[in-house]
Unconditional design. Sequence first.
Length: 144
Amino acid sequence: MSDLFTAIADRLAPLVSAAASVRAATSAAEVETEVLGPVPVVLVVPSGERWVEPREAGFQVSVAGRLGFSCVVAMTLPGGAPEWSAVRDQIRAALLGWTPDAPDAAGPVYAAGGRLLAYSAGDGGRWVHAFDFNLPAQATYGIQ
């Protein structure tokens, strides 16, 4: 699964503001340290999975679902909402409609929402925002 998040970060890196570091987060501690730090960052983090009841066919089981992930953006944007909108648009342009080359990927990435996690005017406008996405997934495996 971490390969998927690395692929997403690799997709974002050239298309998101050059001032930001873009990567897949490897731990909760990394997320906390990075989003509270002064350096602009976009972290790709898992946000959940949802699967429907599997269907059996002979010796195979097939299950459909979705893999959720978030792009957590932490940046100082003194220009406020217009700068935030530009970052959001860059992330969406990179991901919406794209199907990663991942074993369980069954369709293109689609938007699933977003939320403001923190804002600090005292730091010149430090925004921490999560942009949420889903990836349709399909897994097939043998009955054990």
